[in-house]
Design a protein around this ligand. Structure first.
Ligand code: ADP
Ligand code: MG
Ligand code: ZN
Length: 483
């Protein structure tokens, strides 16, 4: 039987405001800051304190809602979601239950085959993050309240996603939008962005919704893709063996590359939601929404159109360049520095990505490489003015990537400038032809490819540092004139 996956995503995105959701504590990088240094009586849940809504967090949520084509609610209410856990000092989380700030939207995702697909967004609501528990091997548990109260936007999709590839495409597009809006760094390894797929499978062609599992603790989009893939396979196996998939929360075992049971279905959620009595109802004025809409930054789809039209890039390059805001910024800085758009795009998506992959850098970390956009343009300039050829430029790029510095200076220090003195080039050609009389015979008998071999020999004799076109031209002439 053929099976179809059904996936809905729940995403938690911390909003990178200056202060927390309901208090004045700064929002810090919890993977770096000393524990419990950004805390106060409000975010540690002391009795008698009052929360105050962070206006900027609401504004960020509206921006995300608009970018996801949602209706922005006029009437907003906060609710208490009650449960006990050591990372939740109040015994409840302030969230939005029946009146989320945004709902009924959609996101167009870009699939690997070049097609697009619309994924409906059910809702997005504001809440506060919990503290962070760390469990040590000796049985001790530590709580860091720096994260407690950081603004959090929970985004929930409809179950419109039907493969691990689509889940990945959704994740990439959403992350790009959050980065473009400047509301979230997108760094899943730090936990500031968390994506949890709800997964079920059903016979292809049916529209039933079978029991789903939820996969948590995915620290990268790559892992979300892999976990979805494996979980889909696992469920198909269960059904095909005559069993039934249980509703449960599963985690991702990176080492074994498989999903593992974390906890089985908890008794039906009973959070005893009720309206947060310490916060007023929040009305969002239409004028405010329109004012925010008017100053929304350019988003990935619009940027891609601009790259396709204005810069004449191909669809693939344009898609890759806009997929991470940092890459697009790098590309545009290089073009601004005088680089030819197509050439710059090639160098970024080819050589620079190769080097970044080798050193394990994510695309959004392009600003951390020791090659600035201006340096890249300077390197391309050395090819354009025939100082070095393409292959040498790749060597220079490797050196730049390792050590930084100035391309021209590196060419000089390493003696990489190409030989342009035609008498020296001609000498090298003559030497090679002298040494290969039988190849010349074959060439004369019409074996064109021999020229390529001879070309390689000449290039090698010159240490790879020569203008390939010039050599080809000289070689062709020499061959014709020879004997
Ligand atoms: P809850 O409120 O209990 O978390 P929801 O019905 O709100 O459950 O759904 C949470 C997420 O799970 C949504 O993204 C939704 O699209 C998805 N989902 C719901 N039912 C299924 C199913 N049978 N298979 C896959 N995903 C599902
Ligand atoms: Mg849920
Ligand atoms: Zn605080």
């Amino acid at each position: 039987m053929e099976w179809e996956a059904v996936i809905g995503l729940e995403i938690h995105a911390e909003l990178e405001t200056n202060s927390k959701m309901f208090c004045r504590c700064p929002v810090v990088d919890v993977t770096v800051a000393d524990p419990n240094t950004a805390v106060c009586v409000v975010c540690t849940g002391q009795p008698g304190v009052l929360p105050v809504i962070n206006r900027r967090a609401v504004e960020f949520a509206i921006m995300v809602g608009l970018a996801l084509n949602c209706e922005i609610a006029d009437f907003n209410k906060f609710d208490r979601k009650n449960y006990f856990y050591p990372d939740l000092p109040k015994g409840y989380q302030i969230s939005q239950y029946d009146y989320p700030i945004a709902k009924n939207g959609y996101l167009m995702i870009d699939l690997p085959d070049g097609s697009t697909k619309r994924i409906r967004i059910r809702r997005a609501h504001l809440e506060e993050d919990t503290a962070k528990n760390t469990h040590l091997s000796d049985g001790t548990s530590l709580v860091d309240f720096n994260r407690s109260g950081i603004p959090l936007l929970e985004i929930v999709t409809e179950p419109d996603i039907h493969s691990a590839e689509e889940a990945e495409a959704f994740g990439r597009k959403l992350r790009a939008i959050l980065q473009y809006l400047g509301v979230n760094s997108g760094d899943m390894s730090k936990g500031v962005l968390r994506m949890e797929p709800n997964i079920s499978v059903r016979p292809m062609g049916s529209d039933e919704l079978r029991t789903r599992t939820e996969v948590k603790n995915l620290n990268s989009i790559r892992n979300m893709f892999r976990a979805s893939e494996e979980e889909i396979k696992r469920q198909i196996k269960v059904w095909e063996a005559g069993g039934a998939v249980e509703q449960e929360t599963r985690g991702w075992d990176e080492v074994r590359q498989t999903t593992v049971l974390q906890r089985s279905k908890e008794s039906a959620h009973d959070y005893r939601y009720f309206p947060e009595p310490d916060l007023p109802v929040l009305h969002i004025a239409r004028e405010w929404v329109e004012e925010i809409r008017a100053r929304m930054p350019e988003l990935p789809d619009a940027k891609r159109e601009r790259y396709l039209g204005g810069y004449g890039l191909g669809a693939y390059d344009a898609g890759v360049l806009v997929a991470d805001r940092a890459i697009g910024d790098y590309f545009e800085a290089a073009v601004k520095a005088g680089g030819d758009p197509k050439t710059v795009a090639n160098w970024i998506t080819g050589q620079i990505f190769r080097l970044m992959n080798q050193s394990g850098l994510e695309r959004e970390q392009i600003n951390e490489i020791p090659i600035t956009p201006e340096t890249l343009v300077a390197l391309i300039g050395l090819i354009d003015n025939n100082t070095i050829n393409n292959n040498t430029a790749k060597r220079v790029l490797d050196i730049l990537y390792a050590e930084g510095g100035d391309p021209a200076a590196i060419v000089k220090a390493h003696g990489l400038a190409q030989e342009t003195d035609t008498s020296i080039l001609q000498q090298a050609i003559d030497d090679v032809l002298q040494a290969n009389p039988s190849e010349i015979e074959r060439w004369k008998n019409g074996e064109e490819k021999v020229a390529k071999f001879l070309m390689g020999q000449v290039m090698r004799a010159l240490g790879g540092k020569a203008d390939a076109q010039l050599i080809q031209q000289l070689l062709q002439e020499s061959l014709t004139n020879f004997g």
